[in-house]
Design a protein around this ligand. Structure first.
Ligand SMILES: [Ca+2]
Ligand SMILES: [Ca+2]
Ligand SMILES: [Ca+2]
Ligand SMILES: [Ca+2]
Length: 653
C-alpha cells in the first residue's frame, strides 16, 4: 500500500485543472473568533434609542432645534402647520418592516444607530439583473461588472435590490432652498433620486442638490423626495469598513443652513446555508466517463428519495471537486410581506494556482457563471498566500454549524466551521472577509494532521427532531471501525475480502482487495487510525464545548484512516463525508465493506445510526473518481439551500 500511497500523494500535489479530463485537485472537502463589533453595535443602539426619546419633546420647543441634526420629530412639525418652520427629515426603514413610515414615528427611533432592534439595511447590489456581464473575461476582471459598477438602476428587478429612503415633504420650502445629500463614507455606496416619481423608471444617480420647489412632476423638497441606495460591495474587512453608511440631508437657503438629518444604514452580510435548510439545487461536476455517470446517477437517486427533491444540475468544468471551488450563501433585506428579499451569493474559492490575470482555480469561475438575477459572485484572495496551505481554501473546509443557543449565546443562523490553526490556515484575506460578516462567528479546529485538511472529512451536521436544537453532529469513528473488523475476525470471518473488486489505481492496475485479517495487520492503517481517533476527538471536544451538544448525541460513521505522504486520510470510503440533501436523506459514499452473511456491516452501521435520528442513507458510488483521489461524495457535490426564516438583523451581530 505504501508505494500506492506515494502516487496518491503526488496526484494531490500536482492538483487540479492542468490535467485532461480529471482535475486531481486537493479535494475532500474539511477558528479565530469574530463578531467583536456586535457589542459595539448594541451600545450604539442603546444610546440612539435614548436620543430618540429625548429629542421628541424638543421638536415642539422652537425653531432652533430644527437645525439639530438629531431632531427626530421634524416630520410631525409639518402636521402642526407652523408656517415657515423647516421640515428637515430623512426617513428609512429603521424598524425593518419593509416600509418607510412617513406619517408616524415608527421609523424614527434609532435611525442614526444600528442594533438588533432598529437600524436600516441595504444590499451590496453586486448581482447582474440584466445579465449584461461577460463571464469569459480574465479572473482579475470578473468582479468589475455587476449592477453597482454602472451609474444607472438596472431595470425593475434591480430596483428591488435598492433600499429606499425619503426626504419628508416640506410644503412651505422656499423656492430658493435646496437639499444636499452626503454619504459617509462617500465612496462605498451610490444614491439614486426618483427625480420623476410619476415614472417608474424616473431614477437618476444623485449628482447635485435638489431644489425646494418645482413646477411639473419633478420631486422637490416641497413634494418630498424618494431616494434609493446601493452598496458597491460587501464588507471585506470590518476593521477598515464596518458596513455602515451615514446618509445626511442638508437643507440650505443660499448660504444659510436650515437643518440637517441623518440615517445610518448597514450593508447586509453574506450568510452561508446550514443543514437545517433543505437543498433547493444540488450541483455535481459532469465529467465524461462512467465514474462520473455512476456518481451522478446515484446522487440523482438520493435526491429522488428525499422529501424536498431539489433540482440537480451538472457543472461543466474538468474539476470533479464541486464542493471545493464554490461556497453558497445569500444576503437579504426586509420586505413588507415579511419574506426577505435575497441576493444569492456564491463565493469562489481562494485557491491560487497561477499568477498573471488568471491566478485562481478555474472551476471557481462557476460562481460567476451563476451570476445573474439576484445572484452574485465574490472572489477574494492573496496571490502570496502559502501554496502548502492552499488546500484549506477549498470549501470542503468551510461548513456551517446549524443554529443553537448555548451558555446564553444565541446563534440564529449558526456559525462557520473551518480548519484553521496558527500553523496551518486558509488564505488570511478570505478568512478576514468571512469573519467580517459578523453574523456567523467561526469555530476553528485543527485539520493540519490531514493530507487534504478539510473539516468535512471528519464532521457533518445532521437534522433530527430528537434534539431540541433540531440537529446533532455526525463524526467519523475509527475506533468503531476497528472494533467491527475485530468482531468479524472473532466470528470466523477473517478471510472475507474488503474492497472487493476495487482498485487503488487503474493504470497500472493495483487491486485494493484485502482480507479482514490482513487489513487489521496493516501497521500503517492501525497507526493512522489510532492517531485519527485522537485528532478527531479534539475536533469533537471543540464542537461540544462551543455548541453544548452532548457526547451521547453524536452519530458515529465507522471508518479507518491511513497515511499518505505522512498525513492522514480516509482509508475506507469516508462515510461521514456525504451530502446532506435534507432532513430525510443523507448521501454517503458506498462503503465497499466485507459481505458477511449477505450484508455489509458498514452499510448496516450507517443505516442504523441514521434511522435512530429519523434519517435514511442513500449510498453513492464514488470510489474511482473521488475516494481513491482523497475525496468523497460531499467533496464532489454542492448545494444551494432554502433561505432560513431567521432574520440576520435580529442576531444582534
Ligand atoms: Ca418601517
Ligand atoms: Ca447599476
Ligand atoms: Ca441588482
Ligand atoms: Ca462547504
Amino acid at each position: 500500500m505504501r508505494d500506492m500511497a506515494a502516487k496518491r500523494f503526488r496526484s494531490w500535489r500536482s492538483a487540479a485543472p492542468i490535467l485532461t479530463s480529471l482535475a486531481l485537485s486537493a479535494s475532500a472537502c474539511a477558528s479565530s473568533p469574530g463578531g467583536s463589533s456586535g457589542s459595539t453595535d448594541g451600545s450604539d443602539g442603546a444610546s440612539d434609542a435614548t436620543d430618540g426619546t429625548t429629542d421628541a419633546p424638543d421638536g415642539t420647543d422652537d425653531g432652533v432645534d430644527n437645525t439639530d441634526g438629531s431632531d427626530d420629530s421634524d416630520g410631525s412639525d409639518g402636521a402642526d402647520g407652523t408656517p415657515g418652520e423647516p421640515i428637515v427629515d430623512l426617513r428609512a426603514d429603521v424598524n425593518r418592516d419593509g416600509a418607510i413610515d412617513l406619517a408616524g414615528t415608527s421609523d424614527d427611533d434609532g435611525e442614526d444607530g444600528w442594533n438588533a432592534k432598529a437600524g436600516a439595511i441595504f444590499l451590496a447590489n453586486i448581482d447582474d439583473d440584466q445579465e449584461r456581464c461577460d463571464n469569459t473575461v480574465d479572473d482579475v476582471d470578473l468582479p468589475k461588472c455587476h449592477d453597482a459598477t454602472d451609474e444607472v438602476v438596472n431595470g425593475k428587478l434591480d430596483l428591488q435590490d435598492l433600499a429606499r429612503l425619503h426626504v419628508v415633504s416640506w410644503p412651505d420650502a422656499p423656492a430658493t432652498s435646496t437639499v444636499r445629500v452626503e454619504l459617509d463614507p462617500p465612496e462605498l455606496a451610490r444614491l439614486f433620486v426618483h427625480v420623476r416619481p410619476d415614472l417608474e423608471e424616473g431614477w437618476e444617480p444623485y449628482a447635485k442638490p435638489i431644489s425646494g420647489t418645482s413646477t411639473g412632476s419633478s420631486a422637490s423638497i416641497a413634494t418630498g423626495i424618494p431616494l434609493a441606495i446601493e452598496a458597491l460591495d460587501i464588507v471585506r474587512d470590518a476593521s477598515t469598513w464596518d458596513g455602515k453608511v451615514k446618509v445626511t440631508i442638508i437643507i440650505e437657503d443660499g448660504a444659510e443652513e436650515l437643518g440637517r438629518d441623518s440615517v445610518v444604514l448597514r450593508v447586509a452580510p453574506v450568510i452561508t446555508y446550514h443543514h437545517l435548510s433543505p437543498a433547493e439545487v444540488i450541483y455535481a461536476t459532469k465529467i465524461n466517463g462512467k465514474d462520473s455517470e455512476d456518481f451522478r446517477n446515484d446522487l440523482a437517486a438520493a435526491i429522488a428519495q428525499s422529501d424536498s427533491k431539489p433540482k440537480f444540475k451538472g457543472v461543466l468544468y474538468s474539476d470533479q471537486w464541486t464542493q471545493d471551488y464554490l461556497e453558497t450563501g445569500y444576503m437579504s433585506l426586509p420586505t413588507a410581506d415579511g419574506i426577505q428579499h435575497a441576493i444569492r451569493v456564491n463565493y469562489r474559492s481562494a485557491n491560487v494556482y497561477d499568477n498573471g490575470n488568471n491566478p485562481l482555480r478555474e472551476a471557481g469561475r462557476f460562481a460567476f457563471d451563476l451570476r445573474g438575477v439576484d445572484s452574485a459572485a465574490i472572489q477574494e484572495y492573496d496571490t502570496s498566500s502559502d501554496p502548502g496551505m492552499d488546500s484549506l481554501n477549498s470549501f470542503g473546509n468551510t461548513e456551517t454549524i446549524p443554529p443553537y443557543t448555548h451558555n446564553g449565546n444565541e446563534y440564529l443562523l449558526g456559525r462557520l466551521f473551518r480548519g484553521h490553526v496558527s500553523t496551518f490556515y486558509p488564505d488570511p484575506r478570505f478568512s478576514k472577509m468571512l469573519e467580517s460578516q459578523l453574523v456567523q462567528p467561526p469555530v476553528y479546529v485543527d485539520t493540519s494532521w490531514l493530507i487534504v485538511g478539510h473539516v468535512d472529512e471528519s464532521i457533518t451536521f445532521l437534522p433530527t427532531a430528537k434534539a431540541e436544537r433540531g440537529w446533532t453532529i455526525g463524526v467519523s469513528d475509527a475506533v468503531m471501525a476497528k472494533t467491527m473488523f475485530e468482531d468479524m475476525v472473532d466470528a470466523g470471518h477473517g478471510d472475507v475480502i474488503v474492497f472487493d473488486n476495487q482498485k487503488w489505481s487503474s493504470f497500472p492496475p493495483k487491486s485494493a482487495e484485502i482480507s479482514i485479517s490482513k487489513l487489521l495487520a496493516d501497521q500503517d492503517v492501525a497507526e493512522a487510525s489510532a492517531e485519527a481517533a485522537v485528532f478527531i476527538d479534539e475536533q469533537v471536544e471543540v464542537l461540544l464545548s462551543e455548541t453544548g451538544v452532548s457526547r451521547s448525541e453524536l452519530v458515529p460513521f465507522a471508518g479507518l484512516h491511513e497515511k499518505q505522504g505522512g498525513y492522514s486520510v480516509a482509508y475506507q470510503p469516508g462515510t461521514v463525508n456525504g451530502l446532506l440533501v435534507d432532513a430525510s436523506v443523507f448521501a454517503p459514499p458506498k462503503t465497499h465493506g466485507p459481505i458477511i452473511e449477505g450484508t455489509d456491516p458498514f452499510v448496516r452501521q450507517i443505516d442504523d445510526a441514521l434511522a435512530e435520528i429519523g434519517m435514511a442513507a442513500h449510498f453513492v458510488e464514488d470510489w474511482d473518481l473521488y475516494h481513491r483521489l482523497l475525496g468523497e461524495v460531499h467533496c464532489g457535490s454542492n448545494a444551494t439551500r432554502a433561505i432560513p426564516s431567521a432574520r440576520w438583523w435580529e442576531t444582534g451581530r
